[in-house]
Design a protein around this ligand. Sequence first.
Ligand SMILES: Nc1ncnc2c1ncn2[C@@H]1O[C@H](COP(=O)(O)OP(=O)(O)OP(=O)(O)O)[C@@H](O)[C@H]1O
Ligand SMILES: [Mg+2]
Length: 223
Amino acid sequence: MVLSISGIKKSYKKVKNEAVKAVNDVSLEIGKGELVAVNGPSGCGKTTLLLIAGGLLYPDEGEIILGDTNLYDISANQRDKKRAENIGFVFQQFYLVPYINILENVLIPSIGSNSYSSSLEKRARELIDQFNLSHRIHHKPGELSTGERQRVALARALINEPSILFADEPTGNLDDDNAEVVLNYISGFAKEGGAVLLVTHDGRIGKQAQRTYKMKDGRFINQ
Ligand SMILES: Nc1ncnc2c1ncn2[C@@H]1O[C@H](COP(=O)(O)OP(=O)(O)OP(=O)(O)O)[C@@H](O)[C@H]1O
Ligand SMILES: [Mg+2]
């Protein structure tokens, strides 16, 4: 098992102390080679679940086991290290660095892991090429379309060859052709021994996933 999510609950405290139950008792497991999708409407808790699963947000209850590590049982530093080594994350809002070009953005994770090398730059160029971005390699994120930025974010998430990829609406801004390129790549990444947890409201994704959970009001409704 690559990832095991069990009994996750998370509420956000709102103004006037009214809590929002964003995730309400969610469990799932992802094995090597699997692409698992979570599908549901805006506000149902998908991003919250993904942030928790990816080691970026403490749950109120439940456990995330990545490989043999309980992600919230270790120190923040250890968790950062674990993320750098094992996790690729595509954020819904991309979070690209505006002052540096596309190639440099894709190489950002290699700075943290001290792993920069010319072969890594070669891999970055290959990913950029695969996602149809070669003509923009020296441009800055602000000069790209939203869909192009989305593909840069995916290339960046894959640069360190993570064991698991977390993807938040990775096709949300893509036309059918580029959505297909991205989905084929993601499902290929899973098939070749990776693992993917993908959250989306995009119906185009169902076909590639081994399992699709339907989420509503913080829960899976088809489990
Ligand atoms: N930081 C926050 N503080 C308070 N409430 C939040 C916060 N983040 C999200 N929420 C609320 O939690 C619920 C789940 O939000 P979440 O972002 O997980 O939904 P989502 O399924 O990803 O939606 P979308 O499809 O629009 O991206 C929503 O009701 C949202 O308003
Ligand atoms: Mg979201």
